[in-house]
Design a protein around this ligand. Structure first.
Ligand SMILES: *[C@@H]1O[C@H](CO)[C@@H](O)[C@H](O)[C@H]1NC(C)=O
Ligand SMILES: [Zn+2]
Ligand SMILES: [Zn+2]
Length: 440
């Protein structure tokens, strides 16, 4: 009997220990399910709202282009210091990565971009850009403010986070592949999901939009120099005319989408630059053309065909052509593809947070976002937050008349926080199901 008793005793002891350990660890890590999801109220409180507005205006006054966001980066770091959030910096020259929570998995990321555009601001207001020829005309100033607002709210709940929220402030979204560089420098290390949010005047105020699967196209650029032999415009037989060759190439390129692409699979080939010749009576030596391609699938094949059509059409006209698919080092972007489960989570979060009518199913568009690099590397979800009012007075992005409706900032901050917390909640409940399963 003694061994049996001993066995029972030791089993009881082990169970007791298990209980102690698990309650101990949940006491240390907090309980993410206990965080109330009332983030819109907190985000609208003067403490968070005024702070975001101040930050956004400061950044708006001092716009910085891709990989030059030194002051913006410094501002982000000093605000993170102020609220006690630890961070890693610099990442990708000016990038900042903040961490809130246990410092342990699961890691879930929220992303904001920091760069401005080479546009002269045409809006006259108190906080107009102080830098001639540079402007935050894509709302990235608002994106930074919303993510800092989210950081402030998350930091208040840091003891209840079962996992770590990673705040990614990335440089150079506008055509310089800042996201790619962030990934190369380890921004997604251990991160299992990422969320991005873009302000837009395409949707009414307070509506949030996304879709499952492909939401934005992949984009690429091409530039070609078509070389012939210049000469007198009245004696064409002694020349090899690159103007006619280039014209033929521009038209032939249009057949790639109309004749070689499934009509139900959206693609764009646009020749947007043609440069060549200076005189009425001189055939030039060469002509340069350039443009962009957009596609959700078959990107590499399309690039190959562009190269082929340009060089072979040049040959038809006795010219030579060199094709550059990375002009000025411009990287191609993969399409932005939203993870289905994260999309479902987003829809639920938006309806809970902003009301049943607040979610809008977005139709895919041929625009691009470098968030796609993140969503290509790990499950990701990109969404749009509307800020258009009844006057329809808000210009579209990349316009010199672009404005951010600052009343939307709490909505974005609240969505960020809710997405991160909801992700960790679901993760925690799944883990507890799995571990109780293991014990059986
Ligand atoms: C095209 O390239 C070939 C081979 O390099 C050269 O022989 C020819 O002269 C070039 N033609 C033109 C029009 O530049
Ligand atoms: Zn933009
Ligand atoms: Zn943008």
């Amino acid at each position: 009997m003694a061994p049996n008793n001993f066995f029972l005793w030791s089993l009881t002891f082990q169970l007791l220990l298990l209980l102690l350990v698990s309650s101990e660890s949940s006491w240390i890590a907090g309980d993410v399910t206990q965080i109330p999801m009332k983030f819109l109220e907190s985000a609208k409180s003067p403490e968070v709202f005024d702070w975001m507005v101040r930050i956004r205006r400061k950044i708006h006054e001092n716009p910085e282009l891709g990989y030059e966001e030194f002051e913006t980066s410094k501002l982000i770091r000093s605000e993170l210091d102020l609220i006690g959030v630890k961070y890693r910096s610099p990442v990708a020259i000016t990038g900042v990565i903040g961490y809130i929570g246990t410092g342990e998995p699961p890691f879930v990321a929220l992303r904001a971009d920091m760069d401005a555009l080479p546009i002269q601001e045409a809006v006259e207001w108190e906080h107009k850009s102080k830098i001639p020829g540079k402007m935050h005309a894509c709302g990235h100033d608002g994106h930074v403010a919303m993510l800092l607002g989210a950081a402030k709210m998350l930091q208040e709940h840091r003891h209840d986070l079962q996992g770590t929220v990673v705040l990614i402030f990335q440089p150079a979204e506008e055509g310089l592949a800042g996201a790619k560089k962030m990934i190369e420098e380890g921004a997604l290390k251990n991160v299992e999901a990422i969320f991005g949010l873009h302000l837009t005047n395409r949707f009414p105020f307070g509506k949030a939009a996304s879709c499952a699967g492909s939401m934005l196209a992949g984009s690429g650029f091409f530039e070609a120099v078509i070389t012939g032999k210049g000469g007198h415009a009245a004696i064409p037989q002694h020349t090899i005319d690159p103007v006619v060759a280039a014209s033929s190439i521009v038209l032939s390129l249009q057949h790639l989408v109309s004749r070689e692409t499934d009509p139900l699979d959206s693609k764009v080939v646009t020749v947007s630059k043609v440069h060549g010749g200076n005189a009425f009576n001189v055939i030039p030596d060469s002509v340069t053309i350039g443009g962009t391609i957009r596609a959700f699938t078959g990107f590499t094949q399309l690039e190959q065909r562009i190269k082929e059509v340009i060089t072979k059409q040049a040959t038809v006209h006795r010219c030579n052509a060199s094709v550059n698919l990375r002009p000025n080092g411009k990287e191609s972007l993969p399409p932005t593809v939203n993870n289905k489960d994260l999309y479902k989570q987003f829809k639920m979060v938006v309806r809970d947070l902003l009301g049943q009518e607040a979610f809008v199913e977005a139709a895919p568009v041929m625009g691009s976002e470098d968030f796609s690099y993140f969503a290509e590397a790990i499950p990701g979800h990109f969404s749009l937050l509307g800020m258009q009012d009844e006057t329809k007075g808000y210009a579209s992005s990349h316009s010199p008349h672009y404005r951010v409706n600052e009343d939307v900032l709490p909505y974005g901050a609240a969505i960020h926080v809710s997405m991160a917390v909801q992700y960790l909640k679901e993760k925690a409940s799944k883990d507890s199901v799995t571990s109780s399963h293991d014990e059986l």
